[in-house]
Design a protein around this ligand. Structure first.
Ligand SMILES: Nc1ncnc2c1ncn2[C@@H]1O[C@H](COP(=O)(O)OP(=O)(O)OP(=O)(O)O)[C@@H](O)[C@H]1O
Ligand SMILES: [Mg+2]
Length: 238
């Protein structure tokens, strides 16, 4: 089966600093892959390469078997790849509704905005209650919901989510992960970047562990817990 997303021997740099050293990774259609690793291992860089935000300096990226290397971010978006980036990717001085409207208008067109807002508020009722609130004054969890709502309503074929649970209370993490389960059951493939592995491994079929910009281990998510915990502890001592 052709992978929905495939990275083959991908190298990437930020100026003189090399962040990825020949990474191979595949996400099958409808599959779910957990991307694990310590701080600075290169997880976010993989997410950026897989969405066109950072261009690979060598190797290639394919979507549905079609070469995407050096294509701009909108080409990835058009191919159905959505990115919920690390951090709070929202416009802090705009309201919840304005944030959503901006995204929906630019990706779906003016006519779809009303319907998409309804969907977003159905998915996250808390955002509906706070539609007129300035996004910068939402709680951390609510801000995560807002960035997730922006990409989910676009009904991506693959959602790349980077550290969605960072800094969230356990109960909110549970909420975010049950939303991801629902997204997965609707057929959307997932590439989940997480440092806190338990939830990600429960949700995913496969896991890839990055260490210093290289794939150090990959296998089934059910085997990953033991292997990865051991290695993360080892690499923390580097
Ligand atoms: N914009 C940038 N400019 C220069 N170096 C960068 C940039 N972004 C990341 N790096 C470097 O690339 C390496 C990989 O970073 P990356 O953000 O991919 O790691 P990560 O696995 O996502 O880490 P974390 O768990 O802390 O989010 C790090 O050493 C980081 O300092
Ligand atoms: Mg990161």
């Amino acid at each position: 089966m052709t992978a929905l997303l495939e990275l083959r021997d991908v190298w990437a740099e930020y100026g003189p600093f090399r962040a990825l050293f020949g990474v191979d990774l595949k996400v099958p259609p409808g599959g779910a892959v957990a991307l694990l690793g310590a701080n600075g291992a290169g997880k976010t860089t993989v997410a950026r390469v897989a969405t066109g935000l950072v261009q690979a300096s060598a190797g290639d990226v394919a979507v549905d078997g079609i070469e995407m290397t050096n294509r701009p971010t909108y080409a990835y978006a058009r191919a159905g790849i959505a990115h919920a980036p690390e951090g709070r990717s929202i416009f802090a001085s705009f309201t919840v509704e304005e944030n959503l409207t901006l995204t929906f208008r630019s990706f779906l067109g003016r006519q779809k905005v009303g319907e998409s807002l309804e969907q977003a508020f159905e998915l996250f009722p808390r955002l509906g209650e706070r539609r007129s609130q300035t996004a910068g004054t939402l709680s951390g969890g609510e801000q995560r919901m807002l960035s997730l709502a922006r990409v989910l309503v676009l009904q991506p074929r693959l959602l790349i989510a980077d550290e969605l649970s960072l800094g969230l209370a356990p109960i909110v993490v549970d909420e975010v992960y049950s939303t991801l389960e629902a997204i997965r059951s609707s057929g959307t493939a997932l590439l989940i970047v997480e440092q806190h592995m338990a939830h990600a491994l429960e949700l995913c079929d496969d896991a890839v562990l990055l260490e210093h910009g290289k794939v150090a281990w990959q296998g089934s998510a059910s085997d990953a817990g033991d292997v990865v915990t051991g290695r993360l502890f080892e690499s923390a001592g580097d």
